[in-house]
Design a protein around this ligand. Sequence first.
Ligand code: ADE
Length: 228
Amino acid sequence: MEFHVITLFPEMFEPPLRAGMIGRAIEAGILKVRTHALRQFGLGNYRQVDDTPYGGGSGMVMRPEPIAAAIDAVEAERPGLWKILMTPQGEVFDQALARRLSERPGLMLIAGRYEGIDERVRSMVDQEISIGDYVLSGGELPTMVVIEAVGRLVPGVLGNPESLAEESFADGATLEYPQYTRPEEFRGARVPDILLSGDHAKIRAWREEQARLRTSRRRPDLQNRRKS
Ligand code: ADE
């Protein structure tokens, strides 16, 4: 799967994408991430990408022409990518949306900066996504969140596909059961006996119950959201 990112700060993507499972998947050729420097498409000698807002007000607004030119250039190279604008005003990102996006052959992600983006950019994309109800200074970190969450769902990226079925939000709305490893006792806290029993049917039932309890205590809001 391919990710094409339009950003003013391509360098922000380098170390995070080299590390861990995403880095390995890129090396193995299962995922491909290309950054496209928005500055290259800036206007005039200064490669201007922003300007003052019409109607007044503080801060700068990203102009539409450089973003349009960048989108057109990426599209000419790789037609048919699903185009996403990262913005706090978008649809809130969750595991179900990550799964739907992972079924697409490629995404184009546009990371905004400054105080805002000219409204006319919205008509040039297929979807707007927010990673949560808080404001960051730019769409770069949100873009990386989407690449990581979507990329790890692409077949072959995770070593063990079974772990995907069991982790939190695998069904869209349940937290994962509690996990333990060695030692059997740590600072007075013992691993629950059932996990040492070897009785796999009982272990499975215990885990399901724990996941249900944990979800209802910690995230009662999730209970009516189960999707599959
Ligand atoms: N850009 C700034 N804040 C954002 C957020 N919460 N989600 C997506 N893009 C953003």
